[in-house]
Design a protein around this ligand. Sequence first.
Ligand code: SF4
Ligand SMILES: [Zn+2]
Length: 267
Amino acid sequence: MSAPADAPWPPEDRPDGDEDTGSRPALTRRSHPDLMVWAGHLAERRRCPRQHGNRIALGIASPDPAPVTAAATRGILTHRELQERHDRWEAHGAVALACEAPDHHVEAVQADVRAHLDLCPAEDGARYLAGEQVLVTRLEDLGAVVLAIVDAVWEHADGTIELRDYKTGAAPPGPAEDPAALVHALLARTHWPERPSRVTYELLADAPTTAELPVTQDTVEAALGAVGEHVAALRRGEWEARPGPHCRWCDYRRSCPSSQAAAADPS
Ligand code: SF4
Ligand SMILES: [Zn+2]
């Protein structure tokens, strides 16, 4: 059950993270005239609104954050490595890593780099515009500011803008199934309204390939619909727990009454 729309903000009895009270405020226009919606928020709320509410609505700091996995560390290292190689072009095709990496990650990061070199848009004559680029737009009607960090922005010879996202995990969702890609598409349209554009996922693990989402009017409308649905749920204060195997990686897995972390990880 959500608190009344005009509940004080932040709540006076704000939990300190040691327990989960179950109640959450709605993020009303009055309490939150603008909501910050990052690209990854849509999938997080769909997976478990309670987890998203803990982080976004209450800002509860977890006393026991989930450990960073080896796969996540590999992803961070690969992103940093590719950023460095595009910023310092003479390092782009080098065999040795440009950034330091723990010994047990070097081989995997080198494999990601080799996969990227085969897929790099520079091979097609594209121009690298920026890496780790923060794109932002404000949606007045929704009272929301939409943001994303794009791994790389490329400009092709025909004028097409391509927003690339590196994916180092096994079997990640393609851009057509990932609401984050819709947000990237929306941002591509708002930042380069006169240009053709696309969102491309560079899938670096296993069988490296790319998967594209063209930015069309339909894509933009789908993005606006997805963001609108997300914002409406936050404004209504819908924070139900949706437990599952993902509880194992949730920062609130030890305090949430609905947590399935113990079932997912008997250790
Ligand atoms: S422990 Fe599971 S059910 Fe509870 S907030 Fe986290 S993901 Fe949701
Ligand atoms: Zn490259």
